[in-house]
Design a protein around this ligand. Structure first.
Ligand SMILES: C[S@@+](CC[C@H](N)C(=O)[O-])C[C@H]1O[C@@H](n2cnc3c(N)ncnc32)[C@H](O)[C@@H]1O
Length: 350
């Protein structure tokens, strides 16, 4: 069966690594292509196992992929025509496995997406796919029993897929309490992966907000100790709520990250989503925050430790790193945070 996952912009490589790491050994996986925000792969195992992917926003079963879509309306006919005699047996089997109820007259709805210049509109794409399925005896509904059919045209590729994931694939059950500017769990997970988690890690997020990064770390594998802190009591309360009684040993502090009550050389990994300037308003304040936090992070990090920092204020971080010649940026990823461009820096000592 052909599947695709949708990931946040910039996380394609990490998602590919996750997919390989989880499923290469099973012999069921063959990754076919990496596209912007999308990975296409064949998987012959149980589709429910794919819901374990922590980088994925959505999981789709791809019914048809039409390469070489042109701008013309005739390529629309190729896409919809492919459904006319399509054998839904395997599709329905997969849908049943993930818990959908399948009927002969299948209730459905269509979502359409279009990018690039075309001689047809998104509404045209939607309509032809709806028509093709209505002709098969299916019926349109917006009810919860509807099969979510997606019709997409991006670049040269046309896809008709069924969305297998519900809205909670990228959401996590632990996230009960929220704070403004809280990080997406998929992004937090990706940052944690970049820290190369190890069972002996003392792991720190000194500006932990609602605790997303710490929780993603806790869920990856064993660790020696988790340390979190925040200057905001509300944020700390959210972390405590989201952790509940699980994931020991850990300790949370109400602190200012510019002055950490930690001994030098005691932390293996620091993963932190630095304030973007939405809450800490002006430039001098933000410069001061970045400078002093970085100084503290350098002080508490062990010589072979790693920092993974996320910021949209690239120049502030670059300016500070310029001063600290003994630090090396091993990797830098451009990502998207709430529609804003941001960068993940993976930093270690030279
Ligand atoms: C971008 S948010 C982090 C969000 C977090 N990663 C999450 O997913 O919920 C930044 C956090 O830094 C905290 N913060 C700002 N200045 C701080 C400081 N000087 N010391 C500690 N925390 C600080 C804010 O209270 C906020 O919770």
């Amino acid at each position: 069966m052909l599947y695709s996952i949708i990931v946040s912009p910039g996380l394609e490589t990490i998602a590919r690594e996750e997919l390989s790491q989880r499923f290469d050994d099973t012999g069921h996986l063959k990754i076919l292509e990496r596209k912007p925000q999308r990975l296409l792969f064949q998987y012959t195992g149980d589709p429910r196992e794919l819901f374990a992917l922590r980088t994925a926003e959505h999981l789709f079963l791809v019914l048809k992929r039409i390469p070489k879509m042109t701008r013309s309306r005739s390529s629309l006919a190729a896409l919809s025509g492919s459904l006319t005699r399509f054998n839904f047996k395997e599709t329905f089997e997969c849908c049943r496995q993930v818990g959908f109820s399948v009927r002969k007259r299948m209730p459905f709805r269509v979502t359409s997406r279009l990018s690039g210049k075309r001689n047809f509109r998104r509404a045209d794409l939607q309509r032809v796919i709806e028509q093709a399925l209505l002709k098969r005896g299916w019926y349109l509904t917006s009810g919860s029993s509807a099969l979510d059919v997606w019709a997409e045209v991006h670049g040269d590729d046309g896809y008709i897929s069924v969305k297998l994931s519900r809205n909670d694939m990228a959401q996590r059950p632990y996230k009960q309490a929220h704070i403004p500017a809280s990080l997406k769990p998929t992004l937090a997970y990706s940052m944690v992966r970049l820290s190369r988690p190890h069972p002996d890690d003392v792991f720190l997020d000194a500006m932990c907000g609602a605790g997303t990064i710490l929780l993603e770390r806790a869920l990856i594998n064993r660790y020696r100790y988790l340390i979190g802190g925040d200057v905001s009591i509300d944020a700390l309360d959210a972390t405590i709520t989201n952790f509940g009684r699980q994931h020991q040993p850990r300790q949370f502090f109400h602190w200012d990250a510019r002055n950490l009550p930690l001994q030098p050389n005691t932390v293996d990994k620091i993963v932190c989503n630095l304030p973007f300037g939405e809450t800490v308003g002006n430039v001098p304040q933000l410069t001061n925050l970045y400078r002093r936090c970085l100084k503290e992070y350098v002080r508490v990090l062990k010589p072979r430790g790693r920092m993974v920092l996320l910021t949209s204020q690239r120049t502030f971080l670059d300016d500070e790193l310029q001063q600290l010649r003994f630090l090396k940026v091993g990797k830098q990823l451009t990502v998207d945070v709430r529609g804003k461009r941001a960068w993940i820096y993976v930093i270690h000592f030279t």
